[in-house]
Design a binder for this molecule. Structure first.
Ligand SMILES: [Zn+2]
Length: 128
C-alpha cells in the first residue's frame, strides 16, 4: 500500500512488522475496503497509519454488524457459537431443539437450556 503514495522512504521491514502487529486482528475481508478508503480519502500518507486503519475498521464493523457478532465468538469443538442444535424424534415426528453449550459457556441466551454435548448425545440426535 505504501507504494500507492510513492513514498520516497519505504517503511523498513521492522516498521512494517510493527504495523502488522497492530493491525493483524483486522480480518482479510475488511482490509480491502479499508485500504480503498484510505487511498480514496487521504491525500497524504496517514500520519498514524495503524490508528487510521483501526478507526476505519471499527466503522466497517458498524456497517457489518453480523461480522462483529461473529468475531465475539470463539471456536468450540462442541458447538457453534455457543449453541448446540439437536433433534429428537417423538412419536414419529422430528423436533428441533437448541441448547447452550456448557463446555464453553459463550452464549448467554437464557431462552435455551444449558447442556453439554455429551449429555445431549444420550437422548438427542446432535448436529455438528
Ligand atoms: Zn461450546
Amino acid at each position: 500500500m505504501s507504494a500507492f503514495y510513492e513514498r520516497k522512504v519505504q517503511p523498513t521491514p521492522s516498521t512494517a512488522d510493527l504495523w502488522f502487529e497492530k493491525i493483524k486482528y483486522i480480518p482479510e475481508e475488511a482490509l480491502k475496503p479499508i485500504e480503498k478508503r484510505i487511498q480514496g480519502e487521504c491525500e497524504h500518507w496517514p500520519y498514524n497509519i495503524t490508528s487510521t486503519m483501526a478507526s476505519y475498521y471499527s466503522q466497517w464493523l458498524d456497517s457489518h454488524p453480523e461480522k462483529r457478532a461473529h468475531d465475539n465468538f470463539f471456536q468450540c469443538s462442541d458447538c457453534s457459537e455457543g449453541l448446540i442444535f439437536a433433534k429428537k424424534v417423538i412419536e414419529g415426528k422430528k423436533y428441533s431443539y437448541v441448547f447452550r453449550c456448557t463446555k464453553c459457556r459463550q452464549n448467554h441466551n437464557q431462552n435455551y437450556p444449558a447442556m453439554s454435548r455429551l449429555e445431549l448425545m444420550e437422548n438427542y440426535e446432535v448436529a455438528k
